[in-house]
Ligand binder design. Structure first.
Ligand SMILES: [Zn+2]
Length: 318
């Protein structure tokens, strides 16, 4: 009996205390990323890797956002576009606190614009704008951040990983057509404001031999025009696939190989060269910054801009 009691007691301890503690630890461990966002006296703190010196720093997300706006969107853009950008960037950063990149597991984000989001501190930003406009622009970006303080987008319970880019070719892209992963809030939508951009189409020309070197097919054939075969396009208008010299490439691959501004392009040829006529600039997923500015210019609010570019999202406040 005594032995049984002892077993009972051990079982009790295991079931009632040990397992919950272990489970609790496990749950805590699983939820740890959101713990990285610390509320400190009303401030939401995040950690970022400064790629300039390799150090991880902690800062208030609202202060950090002003520097993200400075790096990521032209400061002369309309206030409502900058406010949309502030909410999009805040959402992006908060989404990263729940799923840190393997490239910097000790920091929520980094300040490399090619990986996470760019960031300029006040001094650097003002230097880039020049003495005349520096103070005004910094104040404007601060205002865009303050007037949307704590606001971010959710889709259901999920914080929206709010991608954005410079300008589209008239429509944005479905996320799966660019990166293979479908997100319900990253759908292809119209972005007609982008069409008014004066440098809407850029061209890139390559001699046939250079084009084949880049494609890695130079050894097989160096002379003569490239043979362009079947082309398919995405819902957003980007090249989905293109056949060149009998080999099929994704549009995103061709963009990378030829360093094109986007994957929305046409191909023409001469005897000696191949010419890409490229519409827009960027990956095409999420908010077009130029399109957002065009919407702001015709009186749309930042909430309308965000609801247009991110499908079925809600804006909530922390
Ligand atoms: Zn990063």
């Amino acid at each position: 009996m005594k032995k049984l009691s002892c077993v009972g007691l051990i079982s009790y301890v295991v079931v009632m205390i040990f397992i919950p503690v272990i489970t609790g630890l496990w749950l805590f461990s699983g939820r740890q990323p959101s713990g990285y966002v610390k509320d400190n006296g009303g401030k939401t703190e995040i950690s970022y890797l400064d790629v300039a010196d390799g150090k991880v720093r902690i800062c208030d997300i609202e202060e950090y956002l002003v520097g993200v706006l400075a790096a990521e969107m032209p400061a002369e853009y309309e206030l409502e576009a900058l406010k949309a950008q502030a909410v999009a960037a805040r959402s992006y950063i908060l989404s990263k606190t729940d799923s840190r990149s393997d490239k910097h597991p000790t920091a929520d984000i980094c300040n490399d614009s090619a990986h996470c989001k760019g960031h300029l501190d006040e001094k650097m930003a003002k230097e880039s704008w020049g003495k005349k406009k520096g103070d005004t622009y910094w104040q404007k970006l601060t205002r865009a951040t303050e007037e949307t303080k704590g606001e971010y987008m959710v889709y259901g319970d999920e914080v929206v990983e709010a991608f954005f880019f410079a300008r589209s070719g008239g429509r944005t892209e479905n996320s799966e057509d660019v990166w293979g992963e479908s997100r319900p809030y990253l759908r292809s939508v119209e972005s007609t404001g982008d069409l008014s951009y004066s440098e809407f189409v850029s061209t890139a020309e390559f001699e046939n031999s250079e084009a084949r070197k880049r494609l890695g097919t130079f050894e097989n054939q160096s002379e003569g025009p490239l043979s362009i075969g079947k082309i398919t396009r995405t819902d957003g208008g980007n090249i989905k696939s293109i056949e060149i010299d009998g080999k099929e490439y994704k549009g995103t691959e061709i963009r990378k190989i030829f360093d094109l501004k986007s994957a929305d392009f046409d191909v023409t040829q001469t005897d000696k060269s191949v010419i890409f006529s490229v519409r827009g600039f960027g990956h095409g997923v999420g908010m077009s910054q130029f399109g957002a500015n065009e919407m702001a210019e015709i009186g749309k609010k930042y909430t309308e801009i965000l609801s247009h570019y991110y499908t079925n999202i809600q804006i909530v406040k922390k």
